[in-house]
Ligand binder design. Structure first.
Ligand SMILES: O=C(O)CCC(=O)C(=O)O
Ligand SMILES: [Fe+2]
Length: 609
């Protein structure tokens, strides 16, 4: 049943359609209705308007009229249900009617007679191109298989390149910016970028023998520019590519350059989140499926009078799509970067943008086919790092063949789960249920101030520990998860205090507290205290954190109903079952240890008061 709006109520019924038609039009529906059911007369679809329903029903080119002026509302369901031929048709029409030729676009008479779009319609057209183009997959071989592709050779086919073909009127703005007031999220994709970063990012070592050190942050406020002058002198004169040649022509490019093999920078693009900003800013459509791989290319020093006339950056591989330039806050003026693409021009004056800022770098990222030029530096030294930006892909990493990953065999989930499953499958093991105790394999850092104060505004470190468990401890926690509510971690040495100090618990009568016998699976048990009450190891003394032993207690049900908690078991007859709050029943807060010398015996392993 397809409804005009508002869901499948009969009053909104527009018309009925057989599900075989939906299946024929969209693989998504054919997957939904895999088996023919001769009795079925109608199928329910999500809310869909009658205008877009026609694209499900039409064949051949009958639907063309629908897409003469495709709008996002019309394309969205077609995109959603992956009706490939309609998408293809929409794309080819978009290309035809929204010309790729800017001069033709600017001449209304040269536009298609079908299209009355104005410049203001351009964003909508780009959205439509994206919707229509995003089902383009990799090229298929004749037998329908998708050939293995080299990520570096992968064509960056995306709506972005289609938008490029459509003319600069539809292109993304030339630059991205970063606004700190948006909590590290890019809010705008135009303008200049200045970013406050941690001190390490300003550090640089250069020289393969007798390395020297420069701190650009220090240089930004000091009158002594000798370190920067030293760096400038250590640079070679920058060449540039003309045709197949690399030439030195200081009438075209005058600057110092240092190859990335000759220096080490402290700038960390990941931690500054610059890379993420570039990814979201330059590749908005591909942001969720593409990663950006930066390759540090070179360092440049533009001293007074240095410049670089208009050029495009040399593509290094097909997957190279952009360049990122980071400008350090060394005192200088002039040296603005001017970008030109189509009829657009954008100037980024990093020196001006950095004025009055502390601990900041300036940056600009742009598509490398965009023409750009560095205007002459008027005073001081403009120091930059340049990165080539490549499309990466989100493939599952394949471990390099020449490296072995060393992993403890029991760290795998199956190594933990299989023996436990076998144990619980044994009818003679805790036949009426009980509690299993595990001393975790690893030790974990906990705040020195313990017992936990119960401050509800702060996460209980025992709870947050689950996120940080290592190796087989994580596998164990994963095994425990379906039994959630029937087990919890406790710190090794203070189980008594835990019981008293847990927040919101209040005073409890001793008799109300469930006591369980713990059957220890892994050695140690609780009650052995912190494993490191001293600070004599590790690379530095940390005063506020101690490694602690941690135990995990998991309540299991009787044989045949192992995943049940004790409350639901035969023990209900016991007084302990009065306590039906799972938190109150949480293990590890109050328990007795099983005597290791005693055989596990039904009666001894029961919950008991
Ligand atoms: O320094 C800049 O802003 C741009 C440098 C540049 O265009 C280049 O090195 O190719
Ligand atoms: Fe360049």
């Amino acid at each position: 049943m397809l409804s005009e709006s508002g869901g499948p109520s009969s009053s909104k019924l527009a018309f009925r359609v057989h599900k075989s038609i939906l299946s024929l039009r969209s693989e998504i529906f054919s997957d939904l209705f895999p088996l023919p059911d001769p009795n079925a007369a109608a199928a329910t679809t999500p809310q869909t308007t009658s205008a877009t329903c026609s694209s499900f029903l039409c064949y051949g080119k009958k639907y063309v009229g629908l897409l003469l002026q495709p709008g996002r509302a019309r394309l969205r369901p077609v995109h959603k249900y992956a009706i490939q031929d309609v998408l293809d048709e929409a794309l080819s029409r978009l290309k035809r009617f929204y010309t790729a030729d800017l001069s033709a676009w600017q001449d209304p008479t040269a536009r298609s007679r079908y299209v009355t779009a104005t410049d203001a319609d351009a964003p909508e057209a780009v959205v439509c191109v994206r919707l229509a183009a995003s089902f383009w997959g990799p090229p298929k071989a004749k037998d329908g298989t998708v050939p293995e592709s080299d990520p570096d050779l992968e064509s960056p086919v995306s709506a972005l390149s289609v938008a490029d073909q459509m003319g600069s009127a539809y292109c993304e703005p030339l630059t991205i910016s970063y606004r700190e007031d948006s909590q590290c999220q890019p809010r705008s994709i135009t303008g200049s970028g200045v970013l406050e970063v941690a001190r390490d990012n300003f550090e640089l070592y250069y020289g393969r023998k007798d390395a020297r050190f420069v701190d650009f942050l220090e240089a930004s406020t000091s009158n002594d520019q000798s370190d920067i002058e030293g760096l400038a002198q250590a640079c070679e004169r920058a060449k540039f590519g003309r045709g197949a040649e690399t030439i030195l022509d200081e009438t075209y490019r005058k600057a110092g350059k240092m190859d990335s093999t000759n220096f080490k920078t402290g700038l960390d693009l990941e931690s500054t989140r610059l890379l993420e900003t570039v990814r979201l800013g330059l590749l908005p459509q591909a942001a969720e499926t593409r990663i950006v791989r930066p390759e540090l290319y070179k360092l440049n020093v533009y001293s007074e009078g240095a410049f670089f006339k208009p050029h495009k950056d040399t593509p290094r591989r097909q997957s190279m799509f952009g360049s990122l330039v980071v400008i350090f806050p060394t005192p200088h003026s002039g040296g603005a970067l001017v970008l030109r693409h189509g009829d657009k021009e954008f100037t980024f004056d990093a020196a001006a943008a950095l004025t009055g800022r502390t601990s900041s770098i300036a940056y600009i990222a742009f598509f490398s086919d965009v023409e750009h030029e560095v205007l002459p530096v008027l005073s001081g030294h403009r120091v930059t790092l340049t990165y080539n930006l490549y499309y990466g892909s989100l493939r599952t990493p394949v471990p390099p063949t020449h490296l072995d990953a060393v992993q403890p065999p029991h760290a795998s989930a199956s190594g933990v789960k299989a023996p436990l499953a076998a144990l619980l499958d044994d009818p003679t093991f805790l036949p009426r249920g009980g509690a299993l105790g595990f001393r975790l394999c690893h030790d974990y850092p906990f705040p020195e101030a313990w017992p936990w104060t119960g401050d509800e505004t702060v996460t209980d470190p025992l709870k947050s520990l689950e996120e940080w468990l290592k190796g087989s401890d994580a596998a164990l926690s994963d095994w425990r998860a379906p039994r959630s509510g029937c087990g919890r971690a406790c710190r090794g040495d203070e189980e008594e205090e835990l019981e008293e100090d847990r927040p919101g618990q209040g005073e409890r009568d001793e008799d109300e507290v469930e006591k369980l016998t713990v059957h220890w699976i892994t050695d140690g048990g609780c009650g052995q205290g912190p494993c490191s009450p001293y600070l004599t190891y590790g690379n530095e003394a940390a005063l506020n954190w101690l490694y602690m032993r941690v135990c995990l207690l998991v309540k299991i049900g009787p044989y045949g109903r192992r995943s049940e908690t004790g409350e639901d078991t035969e023990d209900e007859e016991d007084e302990s079952s009065d306590n039906d709050d799972p938190e109150d029943g949480a293990l590890g807060e109050n328990y007795e240890e099983e005597d290791p010398d005693e055989e596990s015996d039904d009666d001894q392993t029961q919950a008991e008061n």
